[in-house]
Design a protein around this ligand. Sequence first.
Ligand code: ADE
Ligand code: ZN
Length: 361
Amino acid sequence: MGNAAMHGEKEERPELSISLRAQLHALSKVDLHRHLEGSLRLQTLAEIAQEHGIDLPSYDIEYLRPFVTVTDDEPDFHRFLQKFQLLRRFYTTQAAIERVAYEAVADAAADNVKYLELRFNPVALARAQGFSLDEVTTWVCAAVARAQRDFGVRTNLILQIGRDEDLDTASYIADVALAHRSEGVVGLDLAGDEARYPARCFAAVFQRVRQEGLGVTVHAGEVGGAENVREAVELLGAQRIGHGVRAIENSEVVQLLRDCGVTLEVCPTSNLQTGVVRRFWQHPLPDMLALNLRVTINTDDPSISDTTLTDEYLTVTLAMGVTLEQIKRTIVTAAESSFQPPDERRRLAEWFRKELGLEGR
Ligand code: ADE
Ligand code: ZN
């Protein structure tokens, strides 16, 4: 009860007493770009390390934090990606993999995410212990299926290929993705260092899965330029681009994105930490919205970036001047861009329009 009400006065404009954070937290959300390997709770990592005798100088989460989370690091793309290397040591058993997958969905639910596409690199989960890509994918699918029932978050999965992978492994990951479609795998992603490894080598792999009906998303236009976005769309058939913020450096690429209806998965805090932008106020998100691009707002790696989708909404509101109405529209755009069959996609977008009060607009 507020002070005014306690003193028997009429409480005016109660909506103003709801903090902006609470208002943004209460929004029903969609996250299309979230890495499972970037969504691990520190406490869980400490417990797994202790249970399995992973050799660490300390099992205290404050000791683990700087290895997992960007703290006061100088913004740098490679330093950001290095965080994933340490995390590979924690995928010790089936139980550990199932636990982190289950908790990733639980944490999304706590942030009022109602539709989630969670992506993971099966090689990253499998390699340290010699598991097969097929078995780790089965475990993640099963854990996520359980979590979505328990927490009411509709969750689908995207398998990720690292750009540094050889073509045979990439093609095999595509086969695994196709084989697990009935368990919730809906798409294929390309991630890693776009400055060093061109996407065009993987064109045939991505064209094949797209023809088979999987969704295609490619990390591009993040630390690489707009031409990488063009390549992802024209050669790989990407319907969505991870980040893509540098597309606006080239008006032809902007036009291509509009013509093809490509959706951009923007992840603001990640962009700051990888050095794509130096300050939030320099982020191109408001320009991308003004250019009528299909923009969505996502977390990328909640644990590495120490963020939630609510935090990302707060950042774009306070540091970039994005309005609540614009945020709601990005949520509907995300629902429309989900890798689901057309009927389900339409139903989901309709549900969000109603939920967010955007019907008829
Ligand atoms: N893999 C995980 N995070 C990534 C990012 N931000 N860019 C490219 N590849 C990634
Ligand atoms: Zn990413």
